[in-house]
Design a protein around this ligand. Structure first.
Ligand code: AMP
Length: 548
């Protein structure tokens, strides 16, 4: 082996922060405050305030490797934590504000959080688990314009007292930088501990034109929360390139988001399908109300994007949706569904099918799928198996070592997603393994049924789950949310599906509801549907009535 003569230069978040000051000091950060006013900062402010935060935390006794948690919406102070905490050698631990206090108590203790930085508006939630965090030393309140409760540390007061220069330590790129817990619906959440290196490599690849395509002239709005898998790395991609950042704060209803997108001339926005379903519905009601001509890409991930939604955005509103797949365990980006040049000549329908797939892996993510016997399966677009991945930003184990069975002996991570992979490497999720519907021994894809149901003009949202059935073990049941003022019968929906699926795939029951229960990261919560409506089938036939 001949050793190279190239520098061993570590890939750290500190570099991005210094670069923000030296190269992109004028790039802008816009935050929507609780009262909906907009606050503007620059990357020069980001670097200065991150250094102040690092000084303040050092004074409070935070040391290298310590966990400093955030319980906060998307805003500029959360961004300061994203940079200042890792750059000082500590670990930023993003707490998911939609979790139950018991889960938060578990996670904060498991992560051994020493300090928690919390939005004032979230204090009622924090109060429900604060006393249960045995490692907690300090609480810092982001008070915005309101008063900080007596006896508490105030974020702005701490920063005002702190020096705006920090002697950043020389870090190894393999050191921990951020801790995120999975939002699993079964078992305890598991900690995923990102490194500086994984965040940087993920950001570099994520900015690629073939990935999320982020450049200096972009205006990026992460709707995906900063407590969900580093907001998909979008804040790090923005600072890498010097793009403008727009943070929506806590105002996540479709109209507020559309107002902000139009006003700040957003070019890239990212969020889960439930957010975009709401936005599409709003745009359909008032197509001319917002000028979205600057929007170049809307990244949809975290759950399957229905083809009808992708198509609706393009055809009715001339907006381009990019479907991507990822997981907390992989920082999170894995695949992006772009139509490659050799497929550009395919029919419109075929191209839509490609765009609605989960996509092909970005560089350095490797994929394979395996059968129940653990053998790898052919990339034929048909054979279903569990997806496994590996790469430089895929977890090698969980923090605390739970869930060791998710990591194979030969170095792959088992995703729990049931997929097909075609000859071009495009991966399609047919189900989450725990959501798979097994009827009389045959697999039925809930995702395919949902996509088809959501293409019905009256249907706003659909989630298909396994109903218990004495004869077939499980049968599909569809939870349906109708668009305002619409009405359908079970027969209408069955007829709509009947042209596309084998008869045994068709749901045995339709349950109509005002909203589908969601997980803490905005995905359909099928375990709850199963719990509440899993017994809707009586003697193998539906017992629900249609709603007209
Ligand atoms: P999380 O760790 O919360 O990001 O959840 C990861 C899981 O979300 C994956 O294993 C998938 O089951 C699901 N998921 C993420 N992106 C997509 C997508 N584009 N289509 C379908 N499922 C997705």
């Amino acid at each position: 082996m001949l050793p190279s003569r190239m520098m061993d230069f570590p890939l750290t978040i500190t570099h991005l922060l210094e670069r923000a000051r030296e190269i992109h000091p004028k790039s802008e950060i816009v935050s929507r405050m609780p009262d909906k006013t907009l606050r503007r900062h620059t990357y020069a402010d980001l670097e200065r305030r991150a250094a102040k935060l690092a000084n303040a935390l050092t004074k409070l006794g935070v040391q290298r490797g310590d966990r400093v948690a955030t319980l906060a919406w998307n805003h500029h102070r959360h961004l300061e934590a994203y940079f200042g905490i890792p750059a000082m050698g500590a670990v930023v631990h993003t707490l998911n504000l939609r979790l139950h206090p018991n889960e938060l108590a578990y996670i904060a203790n498991h992560g051994e959080d020493k300090v928690v930085i919390v939005d004032r508006s979230l204090l009622p939630l924090f109060a429900k688990f604060r006393d249960r965090i045995s490692t907690l030393r300090h609480v810092i309140i982001i008070a915005d314009d309101g008063p900080t409760p007596a006896g508490e540390l105030d974020y702005e007061a701490l920063l005002a007292d702190a020096r705006d220069e920090y002697e950043y330590p020389a870090l190894a790129e393999t050191e921990a930088s951020m801790l995120c817990y999975t939002s699993g619906t079964t078992g305890n959440p598991k900690g995923v501990l990102y490194s500086h290196r994984s965040i940087i490599l993920h950001a570099l690849v994520g900015t690629m034109r073939d990935a999320l395509s982020v450049g200096n002239d972009d205006i990026i709005m992460p709707v995906v929360p900063m407590f969900h898998a580093s907001a998909w790395g979008l804040p790090y991609m923005a600072v890498t390139t010097g793009a403008k950042l727009v943070f929506p704060g806590s105002h996540l209803d479709p109209v507020s988001l559309l107002d902000l997108m139009a006003q700040e001339r957003v070019t890239i926005a990212g969020g889960v399908p439930t957010i975009w379903i709401g936005i599409l519905n709003e745009l359909d009601k008032a197509p001319k109300r917002w000028d979205l001509s600057t929007v170049r890409t809307m990244v949809i991930g975290g759950a399957a994007a229905p083809p009808s939604m992708i198509d609706g955005f393009s055809k009715r509103h001339n907006l381009d949706v990019i479907h991507a797949w990822g997981m907390t365990e992989m920082n999170p980006l894995g695949t992006v569904a772009r139509v490659r040049h050799h497929l550009a000549g395919k029919s419109e329908e075929e191209r839509l099918a490609i765009r609605a797939s989960q996509g092909y892996p970005v560089p350095f993510v490797e994929q394979r799928h395996v059968g129940a016997d653990g053998k790898t399966l052919p990339w034929d677009g048909e054979t279903m198996g569990e997806l496994e991945v590996r790469g430089p930003w895929v977890a090698v184990s969980y923090f605390g070592d739970e869930g060791a069975d998710r990591f194979t002996k030969d170095g792959w991570f088992k995703t729990g997603d049931v997929v097909t992979i075609d000859a071009d490497g495009y991966m399609r999720i047919t189900d989450r393994s725990k959501d798979v519907i097994k009827s009389g021994g045959e697999w039925i894809s809930s995702v395919d049924l949902e996509n088809a149901l959501m293409s019905h003009p009256s249907v706003l949202e659909a989630a298909v789950f396994a109903g218990r059935d004495p004869k077939w073990d499980e049968r599909p049941v569809a939870a349906i949310v109708l668009k305002e003022g619409e009405s359908v019968t079970d027969g209408d929906l069955a007829a709509h599906l009947g042209t596309r699926f084998a008869k045994f795939w068709l749901p045995d029951a339709y349950v109509y509801m005002a909203q589908i229960p969601r997980t803490s990261t905005g995905k359909f919560l099928k375990s709850k549907l199963r719990e509440e409506h899993g017994d809707v089938l009586v003697n193998g036939t539906k017992a629900s009535s249609s709603k007209g």
